[in-house]
Design a protein around this ligand. Structure first.
Ligand code: MG
Length: 248
């Protein structure tokens, strides 16, 4: 910005808003152009859902190399046909890498055979930073509490709409997650926020996460740093595939 432009910009910017609006012709349009730093180049995936060039691939269909059981032993869920499936009783699994703010793409499928109802039907979950559950559930014509159905931030925010596909069909979550910020005393100063698209439909619009997911009672934040993405073994054979994140 040239000195004269800067001077003009500052002198006009200092005027009351109404005066600025009346004097717009005095502004050089270049004054409000931002050129540097340039946006980093990212090559998009060739098709919707395909990882872009700067994504961290967490599952590409072959193995669970990016995942571990919570006790650090190898993840014991079954990998087959380009997906992996909860093996009941083997426990939750989590990513070896840890994350803060992310964009997450994850595809999931509840069992085609319906064996139960409500919370017992195709239940799993995606825990952002190991704490904040985005519910995975077969909510296709199945009844449960709204803030516990598919796409809920469990027990905190029900989804705006029910975008669930039939059991046995693949579904997609695209998530924008902003991690909470804590001060040196361990108090939360900015809560976590989450936006979720379910099969391309907005179901969570920048909602405030109130604290870690709790089955009983109200959530209370406890300070933490970067953490894994955790997937829940809720005893149902839920499958996952094509999982990638971009750090924001
Ligand atoms: Mg769950």
């Amino acid at each position: 910005m040239k000195t004269f432009q800067l001077f003009l910009f500052l002198s006009i910017a200092g005027l009351p808003l109404a005066a600025q609006v009346q004097n717009r012709e005095l502004f050089d349009p270049k004054v409000t152009e931002v050129w540097e730093p340039k946006a980093r180049k990212v090559t998009p995936g060739a098709t919707a859902g395909e990882a872009p060039s700067d994504a961290i691939i967490l599952f590409s269909g072959r193995d669970l190399a990016e995942w571990t059981s919570l006790d650090g032993s190898p993840a014991k869920w079954e990998v087959k046909d380009g997906a992996f499936t909860v093996v009941k009783g083997t426990g939750d699994i989590k990513t070896k890498k840890v994350f803060g703010d992310i964009q997450l793409h994850i595809e999931w499928r509840t069992p085609a055979t319906i064996e139960s109802e409500g919370q017992g039907r195709g239940n799993s979950g995606i825990f952002l930073q190991e704490r904040y559950e985005l519910q995975v559930l077969d909510s296709y014509e199945s009844q449960t509490y709204r803030n516990g159905q598919a796409g809920a931030i469990y027990k905190q925010h029900g989804p705006l709409v029910n975008a669930t596909r039939k059991p046995g069909e693949w579904q997609v979550y695209d998530v924008i997650y902003n991690a909470p910020r804590f001060n040196d005393n361990g108090e939360v100063v900015v809560p976590a926020y989450i936006t979720v698209f379910h099969n391309g439909i907005v179901i969570q619009n920048h909602v405030e996460v109130r604290g870690p997911t709790e089955f009983r009672g109200l959530p209370v934040y406890v300070a933490h740093g970067k953490a894994s993405i955790k997937l829940q073994d809720h005893g149902n054979a839920v499958s996952y595939r094509n999982i990638w994140v971009r750090e924001l």
